[in-house]
Design a protein around this ligand. Sequence first.
Ligand SMILES: Cc1cc2nc3c(=O)[nH]c(=O)nc-3n(C[C@H](O)[C@H](O)[C@H](O)COP(=O)(O)OP(=O)(O)OC[C@H]3O[C@@H](n4cnc5c(N)ncnc54)[C@H](O)[C@@H]3O)c2cc1C
Ligand SMILES: Cc1cc2nc3c(=O)[nH]c(=O)nc-3n(C[C@H](O)[C@H](O)[C@H](O)COP(=O)(O)O)c2cc1C
Length: 594
Amino acid sequence: MAARYGIGAILQPRIVINPIKSNNMFEKLRQQSFTELIAGASTEELIWMNGFLSGTLAWRKNGAAESIVPVSIASSKHTAVKITIVFGTETGNAKALTGKLSTLAKKLGFIVKAVSLEQYKPANLGKEQFLFVVISTQGDGEPPAAARKFYDYLMGTGDKLPQLQYGVIALGDSSYPQFCQTGKEVDERLYQLGASRISPVQLCDTDYEDVATAWFSKALNSLQSGVSVANVQQVSKTPGATHKRQYSGVIGRSINLNDRGSEKQTYHMEILADGVSYEPGDALGVVPQNPAHVVERVLQLAAIGPDDALVYRGETSTARQLFTYKVNITHLPVRLVKRYAIIAGHDIPEMAIALSDLLASYPLRDNAHIYEVLEILEPITPRLYSISSAPATTENEVHILVKRDEFLLGDEKRFGLCSDFLTTLTEGTEINFYIHPNKKFRLPAPDTDVIMIGAGTGIAPFRAFVAERAAQGAPGRNWLFFGEQRFATDFLYQTEWQAHFDAGVLTKINTAFSRDQKEKVYVQHKLVKEGATVYEWLQSGACIYVCGSRRPMSMDVEEALLQVIATHGRQSAEEAQAYLDGLKQADRYLQDVY
Ligand SMILES: Cc1cc2nc3c(=O)[nH]c(=O)nc-3n(C[C@H](O)[C@H](O)[C@H](O)COP(=O)(O)OP(=O)(O)OC[C@H]3O[C@@H](n4cnc5c(N)ncnc54)[C@H](O)[C@@H]3O)c2cc1C
Ligand SMILES: Cc1cc2nc3c(=O)[nH]c(=O)nc-3n(C[C@H](O)[C@H](O)[C@H](O)COP(=O)(O)O)c2cc1C
């Protein structure tokens, strides 16, 4: 079929490739065609072929049934096609991928508009003709915070989009039960609104780049050729396999930094691991184990012996191993509780609950039903902890700051699964972990000033930042805002901050100890108080970083920043908002909040 949408000819510059040496892989004729094809290709065509081949390989590795029909990069004199790529990201993967896809599409002659979903006006959907959505899934199957407005609009609108052709690249991680949930929902909703798919949604696991590039190449090709891609959902997922590099470390020091009398326990933990590689701003990921007493209780209530062999997702292990290392039993989400209710034949309120509490309060009528329950259980999900050490100063070690999560269930005190698991590990214990890169939370150029705002464990990445800047001898100024409950018991890393201040690395430090006086004082209050200087730093190009709880801390800090900009920049509320949006777009206002 003739090209429906042309792309400009982009066959320059040519590069010369050495002929491929003879080997047994190819018969002579195919080898000759291959050599000729490569030698005659432009750089752009090679990039395209590279993505296409990598994707083909990845698909084959993952056993996808569909074979890929080779396509050509048509060059014609037709008008260039305009596409929009929107991205929704939390830790920068979707943004970085969008950058790569935009470059590829531009090289292929498309006119590309790439925009964050935070900035994108959903009402513009009605004007788009070709739209690609690159979006990750966060939390327990939720959209990234920056994409929430778009997501809510999409799910709530009834406006039809018959003119729209679209494709969705869903980023995710198959360690989470709600794999690529947001991408799936966005894809489905656009379809329900009458838009048509350029290509079926591509679900991507942690190794997403090649697969996403190949999918995109194929989708662009279908735009050029007018031939739609087979309506089969693509999944770049090898069940049970993880592409994240796993490290094995040993617990070094583990110290509760809060003094006696504090309401908190916050542990500075050092993990020794040869060859561990990360950047300031990254997080450490760990899959916790269920506590022995909880496992025993489940086994008892389910009338299963600890050494009984159980099959879970095709793998056999003893009951004790399964309930200790693999399945989530401490906090079953509502979707599982609903399914349990059907198996057990009970009316159960919609709430998240531990399996042991479910079994105790709503017992199975027949012990054999535990095998059905086993089928609905989900794997333990990883938890993340911001890395608090700087690679420049701490070789073969990684530090984290973990608050032991504590909550009441009725009158009973309980602990969060992973923070309890970590903070009760003793020196010398082995621990497996991985590094979760956060491309969106990086230090700027050494001569750029930084303002860091952290409350509680939100201080962790700033310990890494300041140590890194000290090691770099970075000339940029460093200003820290820190908030906790009490000066006497909760000033985390106090002596280190003092030393950095004395050495001139930390230019300014402002603390907010909320419970040291009658009126509650938080970091946002200190920010407003220092507003004139904060605005001055911003005007001279400073980057601003926020880390800690999403609600309410990061929301309150944002309000305070808007107030600072409006007051000291003499701006209206709208102008202040536009100023802050500008900072976000320029990667000068960065958040790592949870
Ligand atoms: C990017 C990122 C960085 C982070 N950095 C840090 C950091 O530097 N330091 C840090 O301490 N944390 C950090 N966190 C948070 C951390 O990942 C964990 O979420 C936190 O430690 C709590 O996990 P947990 O397993 O201990 O608690 P969970 O077991 O997940 O419990 C969490 C909450 O769920 C509820 N809950 C659990 N079980 C039950 C039950 N049976 N019934 C009713 N309610 C229940 C309780 O409200 C409880 O407080 C970060 C998170 C992210 C996403
Ligand atoms: C706290 C947290 C929760 C996550 N929850 C899910 C999830 O429910 N489903 C999923 O498929 N991936 C989940 N992921 C994995 C991310 O989607 C994946 O790392 C993705 O590449 C991130 O892209 P981004 O950097 O553009 O946000 C989660 C990641 C984190 C850090």
